[in-house]
Ligand binder design. Sequence first.
Ligand code: ACO
Length: 319
Amino acid sequence: RIISRVAGQGAYLPERVLTNAEISTFVDTSDEWIQARTGIRERHVAADGETTADLGHAAALAALADAGCGVDDIDLIVVATTTPDLVFPSTAALIQNKLDMRHGAAFDVQAVCSGFVYALAVTDGLLKGGVFERALVIGAETMSRILNWEDRTTCVLFGDGAGAWVLERAKGGKAGLVGYDLRSEGRYSGLLKTTGGVSSTQSSGVLTMEGPAVFKHAVTKISNSMERLIEREKIAIEEIDWFVPHQANQRILEGVADKLKISRDKVISTVAQHGNTSAASVPLAFHQAVNDGRIKRGDLCLLEALGGGLTWGSALVRF
Ligand code: ACO
């Protein structure tokens, strides 16, 4: 049996930390409100001139080191991002150049906060199909660049960062990507979007969100996706060692865990330190839990995300 194995993983966070208290000096908000409604305490923000490709490149280097392989061993780069450096070339191509990699293929996947789960699925198909041998899958974002810093309903929620996995085609064994469930519903595109784009306003615009409406969709849609997935893969919820959700809001991730009766001590949460880093949030949370010794080789992990589109999905991975 051919499987996509996680050979290594890594992450990168920009140095600068922006606390809730600092945000409350320029918009009408408070540390208490932000923590009570979202669980967020602080987030990292990219420095001037530091781009999504820089963050993704740093995470890729960490993942390569962890996998014990070099650029020559990689033949595919897939980057999930909604905040690319440029309209084109893709951020994946820019990272390929930063890695001085002159072979293989590179492209971006755009599914906003669900991007990493989508990118895992796309990459898994290409590896299993025998098209590529070993891939870097990167989730990287500079959400700070598309925020309206005068809008307290959105600017407190997001952060910057990157996470990366090395996925490789492997024969036999149980470890690897077990399965995934992907969904989208474009009729909800107005709930979470930017106010601009190349073809419409020739600018990137800023992020707007009908927060409570997105919240209502989040718990139900994510839970349904996870239930479909574990049923399809014939996995009992008790078999799952770790739940690694997209880090949008502590209330959402606990709501989903409770709905599926996943015990709270199996939930990996980094929302307090990172905020919502969109496509980077799942690999960043995963990295933290591997680093602190919670997620171990052989553990079965359930990943999920929901974001603009609306897009959502889940993935089962045996690390
Ligand atoms: N500080 C203080 N008060 C605030 C703030 C703030 N930062 N933001 C909003 N408020 C006020 C509102 O104006 C409102 O005041 P009013 O009652 O006088 O009108 C009150 O607080 C309550 O606002 P709600 O929006 O109803 O607050 P809610 O409890 O729903 O929390 C939040 C808002 C945190 C945005 C929540 O709805 C949420 O997490 N939504 C989902 C976000 C999400 O999952 N996004 C998907 C991924 S993101 C992506 O894909 C890019």
